[in-house]
Structure formats: C-alpha cells, structure tokens
Design a protein around this ligand. Structure first.
Ligand SMILES: [Zn+2]
Length: 362
C-alpha cells in the first residue's frame, strides 16, 4: 500500500492520548508484515522488531507518537450540553461551530458540534473575541443530562476533532492528526525498507502513546528496548506560509527535516540538542542519496525525544520529521512526498549503523 493510502486510513482512526488502542492494533498489524516480532507494551506502545544480521551492535529505536490531541468531558449540564477541557495543545480559536466525536464508556463514538452563539445575535465585540474552551459547550442533540448519560457519555470521556482526510492539489493532503499519523505511515515505510535490505543492528520501530498528553509514553518503550540510538519522527512547523516565512526555513515538498533545537521552559525545562555523530550521519546519507535535507529549530516546542535521551546511560537522539502547516488545527496540511523521502532517508541511516558508530557525544 502506498504511503498516502496508509496515511488516509491512519488519519481516520480515532486515537486521543490514553485511547490509542485502535491505532496501536492497526499499526501492529501493518508492522507485522515487515517485522520479525511485534507487540504492545503495558502502556500501549506498539513495538516492532527487525532482527539485525550481527550481534553486539548498537540497538536502534525509530519512533513516532500515535496519539492525537483532543478534549476530556468535564461537566454535563441539565439541558444535555457538554463542557470539556483540553487534552493537549488545542487552539481555542478554531473551536466554535466545529464537528467533534465523543467516545462513550461503551466504546462507541458519537457525533457532536461545538455550539456558539448565533452569528446574527453577536455584538461587534463578540465577533472578534476568542472564547476559552471552558466557556464553550458541545451539543450532541440530547435534550437532557439523562439522555447524554444514557449513551454512556460521562465526565472523563475523550473527545476529538471529527476525523477527516482530503486530497489537495498535487501530493498534498489535509485533515486531522497529520501530526503524527504522517510519522506513523513513515514508520511502516521504514519497516518495509529494512525488511528488504536487512540492517546489521537490531532495529525497533515504535508507535508511542501519550505524546500530546505528557510526552512520556515513549520513555516506557525505551525502558524495555534499551536503545543506544533513537530517532524520533514528528512534524516540524512549515515556514512557507505568509505568517511564518519570517520565522522558519522549511517548506512543504522541500524534503525531510532535521530538528536541531527544541526547548520548552515554563516548568517543563527540557529539550533536545542533536547528537552530533548521528546528525553527521544523516547529513552524509542525505548527500549520498541526493535527498534535500531541511533544517528546523524552534523554541517553545518539546517532543518525547527529550525524555528518551535521558534513559539508561543516555541515548544518542535526533529529532527528524516532515513539515506541516496549521499544526494542531483540525486541518493540518502536509506533502506526502516529504514523508516518503523521510522513510528512505531514515532507513538508509539505520542501515549504515555498525560498530564504528560513535555513541559518545564528544
Ligand atoms: Zn506531534
């Protein structure tokens, strides 16, 4: 199956943080086609292993988060309107009038919409005001709290943007959870290539949980895998729209990205500085493949890599990815050629790893 087809299917699967089962089992089935072993760990991380041809080499983990952001039901009022809070970094200005789906405790997904005051009745001031998520409510068509609870929707149930996928011009696509199903599709592509070419070292291909929630699901996978080297795959912020062109250089269709700085303060105080020998290997491999390599660096961004790097004796980490526009909105946009090229580049980097790889940073 082509990456665009896999991506379409992955984007349409609902998998908010903590509720990744559908995505995890689907990815496990897809990885099973190319991996020597597949399993889910206790947290729900989906782990595929490709056996290396030689023993005693560094262990490699290539991973990307499977989960997506969403909301959690906080209160259901007497009229059956549902109030929520954010699960992950939701941009509140996209919410009024937006379609969502809610997962009942019976496992069924129900349709709903974020209500908003009728436009005709809004004051000038209200029209240009962004309401906080806690001021909004979701309408599922119910007339009372009893009707809502009769569907097994209760406080604590997850909600996500209504899953969508559309093809745009060329090989660009739009929809929900491009972040990070694009990476999940890429991981399957990497497994396929490694299955054909067989790496020297053991390689684990991992879809991780909880990234949008607390960034630490991947940590649990790393504790059992014990990787020496880890490459994460996630979106970077495309700098080719008029509002970001003064900030970033990466463009849609410009090829895979390497993220050279991520950092988040405000209590979190973590980030990732690239492992120099691993970055050097990526640069050399990209040059050999004649694959353009884009660079991205940003403050205020944190991925699960920041936690993986601290495991064991320290893991040689590099953040890689593909550019996406309108991140965390219901309609993110990417170019599938970037994802396909990322698969080839990462697979070739992994195929080059042997006993000569320098694990020490300095
Ligand atoms: Zn992400």
């Amino acid at each position: 199956m082509k990456i665009k087809e896999i991506l379409r299917e992955y984007m349409l699967l609902p998998a908010p943080s903590g509720y990744e089962a559908e995505m995890a089992y689907r990815m496990k089935d897809d990885l099973a086609l190319y991996c020597d072993a597949t399993r889910l760990d206790r947290a729900g991380n989906c782990i595929g292993k490709i056996n290396g041809r030689r023993a005693g080499l560094p262990v490699v983990m290539v991973f990307g988060h499977m989960d997506q952001l969403g909301f959690i039901v906080r209160r259901i009022d007497d009229k059956g309107f549902i109030q929520v809070d954010r699960l992950g970094g939701i941009p509140e200005k996209v919410l009024p009038g937006l379609s969502v789906i809610l997962r009942g405790e019976n496992g069924v997904w129900y349709s709903g919409v974020f209500g908003t005051k009728s436009h005709h009745a809004m004051s000038q001031e209200e029209k240009y005001n962004v309401e906080r998520v806690t001021e909004l409510y979701i309408d599922i068509g119910a007339r009372s709290k009893e009707e809502v609870e009769g569907l097994s929707i209760h406080v604590g149930c997850p909600v996500i943007y209504k899953p969508s996928f559309s093809e745009l011009h060329g090989d660009r696509i739009t929809g929900t959870a491009v972040d990070n199903r694009g990476a999940c599709a890429c991981l399957v592509g990497i497994a396929k290539l490694l299955n054909q070419k067989r790496p020297d070292c053991d390689v684990y291909i991992v879809g991780t949980v909880w990234e949008e929630f607390n960034l630490r699901g991947a940590m649990l996978a790393a504790r059992t895998i014990k990787p020496d080297i880890a490459i994460s795959l996630d979106v970077t912020l495309a700098g080719d729209t008029h509002d970001l062109s003064a900030h970033f250089e990466d463009t849609l269709g410009g090829g895979p990205c390497v993220q050279l700085y991520s950092f988040h303060g405000r209590g979190t105080l973590n980030g990732t500085l690239p492992h120099a020998p691993l970055f050097k290997s990526v640069k050399e491999t990209a040059a050999r493949l004649c694959c353009p390599l884009q660079r991205f660096a940003a403050l205020g961004i944190l991925t699960d890599t920041a936690y993986i790097q601290l495991e064991g004796e320290g893991v040689a980490c590099l953040e890689m990815g593909f550019p996406a526009r309108y991140t965390h909105t219901p309609n993110e946009v990417c170019d599938v050629n970037d994802i396909a090229a990322l698969s080839v580049l990462v697979a070739e980097v992994v195929l080059d790893i042997d006993e000569n790889f320098q694990l020490n940073r300095l």
